[in-house]
Structures are given as C-alpha cells and as structure tokens.
Design a protein around this ligand. Sequence first.
Ligand SMILES: Nc1ncnc2c1ncn2[C@@H]1O[C@H](COP(=O)(O)OP(=O)(O)OP(=O)(O)O)[C@@H](O)[C@H]1O
Ligand SMILES: [Mg+2]
Length: 428
Amino acid sequence: MQYESLVAWAREQWEMRSPTLKALTIWASSDCGNRIAQQQVKVGRRIRGKARFEGVERLDCPAITPISDYGTRGKRMMLTSGSGAYAFRFADDRGAFEVIYASSYIGDDTQDLTAIALVPEDRLDIWASFEFMCARAVRPRIKRRRDVYIVGGTDSFFDPTVEWEDVILSDELKARLLDDMEAFFTRGVEIYRQLKLPPFRKLLLAGVPGTGKTMLCAAMAKIAISRGRVVVYVSGADRDGASFEKIQRALQAVTAARYPVLLIVEELDAYLQGDDKARVLNVLDGVESPNNPKGALLLATTNYPEAIDERIAKRPGRLDRVFIIPTIQDEQQAERMLRHYMRESWRDEHLAVVPRLVEQPGAFVREVALHARMLAAHEHRLDVTLAMLEESVFSLLRQIRSESDYLTRRPMGLANHTKKSTRSPFNP
Ligand SMILES: Nc1ncnc2c1ncn2[C@@H]1O[C@H](COP(=O)(O)OP(=O)(O)OP(=O)(O)O)[C@@H](O)[C@H]1O
Ligand SMILES: [Mg+2]
C-alpha cells in the first residue's frame, strides 16, 4: 500500500533526524503540502503558546512523485495543492523539533491526496494548530465588500445596487417575496426560537434563464443591507465550481455574523449533483444548518427545477417556499419591460411588437431593445423606428430558433430546457 511506503520512509527519516524523540504516526491534512499555505504561513509565526513555526524543508521521497495543481487567486496564477515530502520545523520552550510529512496521490483514478506525518508524541497539539492554520490559508477566501460577503465568482460578480422598482414582475409576486423576507426577520426569528429551532428559512426562486432571478436577488440584497442585514453570496461560477466547500464557507460566515443574514446561493441545482448532494440536503434538512440567533434567510435560485424537484417532493420542509419567476405574463407587463429598456427612445408605434414579447424572459426584451437602439446608432439616427425594433425581434427569435443559446450563459448544458422548465411541476 502506498501509505505504508510513505510511513516506512518517514520512519527512516525520523531515525536519522530525531533519534531521541518518540514519534506518533498520524493521518495528516493534505493542506500542509499546499503551496498557498506554505506561502501564507510565514516562518516565525506563533502557533500556540510559546511554539513557533521555524521553516520547512522539501525532502526527496522515492515513493512520491511531486505534482502540483494550480489555480487563480485574484488575478495571479499560482501553484496550489500538491504531493511531496517535507520536514516542518518548530520550536517551543522545550526546544526545537521536526515533523516529517509526506503526501501522495494514492489512486490512479482519483486526485485525492493522502498525507501522513510523524509528530513528537508530546507535541500533537502544536501540530494540530499548525494544520488548522494551513487549512484556513487554503480555503477559498470570502471577500467582504461593503456588506456583502462573496464566496466564489469574481469581484464584479454580484452587485446589490439593483432598485426594487427596476425589477419588472407582477406586483403581487414581488410583494409576496418581500413580505416573506420581512416577516421572517421581524417576527419569524422569534417563533423559531420559541420552537427551539435554528432560525433558518429557505426560499427558492425557480424559472427559465433570463427571467430576472439574479436581478431579484440583487434587489433583495440591497433592501436587506439598508435594513442592517448582512448578505452572503455564493456563486459556482469560478474554477472551483459548485463545491460543498463553498456552502460550508458561507455557512461559517452566516453563523459567525452578528447580524441577521440573507444567504444567496445561485444555481442550487448544481450543488445537488455528485458527491456533495447528501451534505447539501443535510443543510436544507437542518442537520447542518447554520445557527445564527439573529436569523438566516436562504434565497436560492435555479433554472433547472427538475434537478431539485424530486428530492423536495419526497421531503417537505426542505425548502419552505418556492417562487416561480415566470416569463412575461401579459401585454401590459411586456409593454412595461419594453418601455423600461427603450428609455428615451420609446415611441408609441413600438407597441406593435409588444404581443411578440409575451412569454419571453425579461432578458429577451432587454436584448431586443439594446439591439434596436444599436441599429439606430449605427445609422446615425436618434430615433428607433418600428422597423428596426421588428428587425431586432425577428433576428433574436431566429437566433434562438437556430439553437444558438444566447440565454444560456452557464456551461451547464441547459440549452433547450427553456420549454421543458415551463412544464415543470413547480409551475402553478
Ligand atoms: N423581470 C425583469 N425585470 C427587468 N429586467 C429583467 C427582468 N428579467 C431579466 N431582466 C434583464 O435581463 C438580465 C438578465 O436577467 P437575470 O440575470 O436576472 O436572469 P436570471 O433569471 O438570473 O437568469 P439565469 O437563470 O440564466 O441566471 C437582467 O440583468 C435584466 O437586465
Ligand atoms: Mg441568474
């Protein structure tokens, strides 16, 4: 077994380097071999009590092929996790000591690192603190921007500056959603407390792409912030994808916050695939849900409700409420949307295209308006003619029909399910 050869090698090193100390052999955290941790945990760093980290030496272990993974941190490309062998040096009031450490990819088919370490038996607590430090350095950072903590995504990803009035949906739907949030934070939290339940409420926004779910989240976030709440935003749209790790980081932030929290998880369905599924369900079920005494409201989005549907159906209470965010419902709403995106270019003759906008998502109308206004600009005209607007509608419809999935901006294979989703069991 690979781990046995790692241990055998580490024991030989131990005999040569620390013959007078008694060693414990332990499973160690692979984070100590991570280059990010090695850069961030600096020589001289206080570990615990009088103990200090004194440096690390790379060792050559014939049983290990050193391979690194890489990724971006901010704008920089850096080496991240990797296999390798090291001697970590520490000193405390009883003198200097070393930990011999080896991590390696054990299987051919998984990229899971297994790490072992030999630690002086009376210094295990110091090593444990050091491992914890390394793990903290490695985990994806939560960036705090104003009152928003962002987990994943990029800096400019989520901006809670959307005005509530700019979200064009039925007033009734908007009111229900806002009332739900307010009722929870103002009265609901106390009710959960009386029932000795962690105050954690879960809402899902479901709808086909481009209906304004992200926009709605941003507008809700703006309101939440103005009322003294903190927003935690989780996005799967970066190299780390939709990992449970991110949810975990977010939940830690939710629990640690001393304020009520609005937790936004975009594309919840993506976390319900693969190995992380069970753990995400645990969070929804309350087994691993965050306990923030001031209250936490989860606002999750999906444009693939089928992926969530079955498991919710089997277990009521996983999500407290599902809001369907529909495409444009009627001509009145279509007109509002078109006027909104035409702004000062609006002319009453544009009403002629309104019937064609019904049952399209808001993003469609925005594209139509933008395209028509660009056509006018291209012809050095200030006004947008009806012909331009019609041309814009037709070219966009043509584009969609020819299966160019302009609305599907995520690499999730969602093309074509626009139609399917409208028939989902969530639709009233
Ligand atoms: N209901 C709406 N009111 C006003 N603008 C809208 C609406 N829906 C969509 N839009 C416009 O379309 C853009 C895209 O919408 P948004 O990103 O919120 O859709 P989404 O539902 O989150 O889509 P996806 O499921 O693909 O993530 C918005 O930034 C906005 O400009
Ligand atoms: Mg979105």
